[in-house]
Structures are given as structure tokens and as C-alpha cells.
Design a protein around this ligand. Structure first.
Ligand code: ZN
Length: 190
């Protein structure tokens, strides 16, 4: 019994320690509150935001060109072409543009991991240490995708979508597909 009580006491102590470090450490909570408020107030629905396009790392303006060089080079995972190859939209609109993306990646990871740890500890009764190990493992795995996705999101938050450009690119890609089909047909019926 004493063992369980001391273990419980230990977990509680650990949790207060971790939560003090991660949740109530002033810069953390201020940043998180500021980030959430800033984005909920400034989110502009007229930008034509598309979750699908940002998830697929597509250009925010035309939603056809890629904003990252693929395949991904592990030495330079954030390698972006200077302009969208389809519509010419700059991928870095101004110098230091992607400092803002750090805030996005911070906000996403903070809310995601905080929620996850709270659920694991309070609902599934995991120990805090176990949850922290999983957290660190997840943080390592999602490091690169999160960096890329936050860049993509930041670009999508700041660049207006153009329906005209999207239609134009759609038609162009349809035409090129048609051409390929015709060529194949000609080739197979020679
Ligand atoms: Zn584009």
C-alpha cells in the first residue's frame, strides 16, 4: 500500500514538475495563447484557404505547382524552387518570410502534444514518464514533416488563391494529358 501511495505521490510530483516546465512556464503559455488568439482573429477566409492543397504542398495561388523540390533531399529538406513552376508565384515572398512558419510549427506541435499527453495521462492512466518517452519519439518522427507542413501552411495563410489561375492550370494539365493520350493512340496504331 505504501508503495502505491509513494508511486502515486511520485507521479503527481513528476507531473507538477513537467507541467510547470511545459505548460506553465511563462513563455510557453504566453506564446500559445498569443498564437491561438492571433490566428483566430487574423484568419482570413477570403484568402481561399485549402487544407488539401497545403497538405499536398501545392502552390497556394494555382494549387497545381509543387512548393518543395521532390524527391526530398535529406540534407536539404526545406529546398524550395524560387518560383512555382506553373504560375510563377514566388515561394519566398520576402526575405525572412519563413520566420513566421516557426510560430505555426510551434503552435501545432504544442497543442497536439499537450492534448496527447493529457489524454494519455488522465484518460488512459499512463505514467508521465511513459507519455514523455512516446512524446519524444513522436517529436523525432514528425520533425521534418512538421517543418515542411508549417512552411506550407504559412505560405497558404499569406498568399491569396486565384481561381482564374487554378482553372487555367487545370485546363493546361487536361490538354497535356489529352496530348499524351493521342500520342499513345497514334503510337499504338502505327
Ligand atoms: Zn502556382
Amino acid at each position: 500500500m505504501a508503495f502505491y501511495i509513494s508511486t502515486y505521490h511520485d507521479i503527481c510530483l513528476q507531473f507538477t514538475y513537467y507541467s510547470r516546465v511545459f505548460l506553465f512556464f511563462p513563455p510557453f503559455s504566453y506564446f500559445l495563447a498569443y498564437f491561438t488568439l492571433y490566428f483566430s482573429i487574423n484568419f482570413d477566409f477570403n484568402m481561399g484557404f485549402s487544407l488539401k492543397a497545403s497538405w499536398n504542398y501545392k502552390c497556394p495561388k494555382c494549387r497545381h505547382g509543387d512548393i518543395f523540390v521532390s524527391p526530398m533531399d535529406i540534407k536539404n529538406p526545406l529546398n524550395m524552387p524560387e518560383r512555382c513552376e506553373k504560375c510563377g508565384q514566388r515561394t519566398e515572398p520576402e526575405l525572412g518570410f519563413y520566420y513566421g512558419a516557426m510560430m505555426v510549427s510551434y503552435g501545432i506541435s504544442a497543442w497536439l502534444y499537450l492534448g496527447l499527453v493529457l489524454i494519455l495521462v488522465f484518460y488512459f492512466k499512463w505514467t508521465v514518464n511513459k507519455a514523455m518517452v512516446l512524446l519524444i519519439f513522436l517529436a523525432v518522427i514528425t520533425y521534418l514533416p512538421l517543418l515542411r507542413y508549417s512552411r506550407s501552411l504559412w505560405l497558404h495563410f499569406n498568399v491569396r488563391h486565384s481561381a482564374e489561375e487554378e482553372l487555367k492550370q487545370k485546363q493546361l494539365s487536361l490538354e497535356s494529358k489529352k496530348e499524351v493520350k493521342e500520342n499513345n493512340w497514334k503510337h499504338s496504331h502505327k
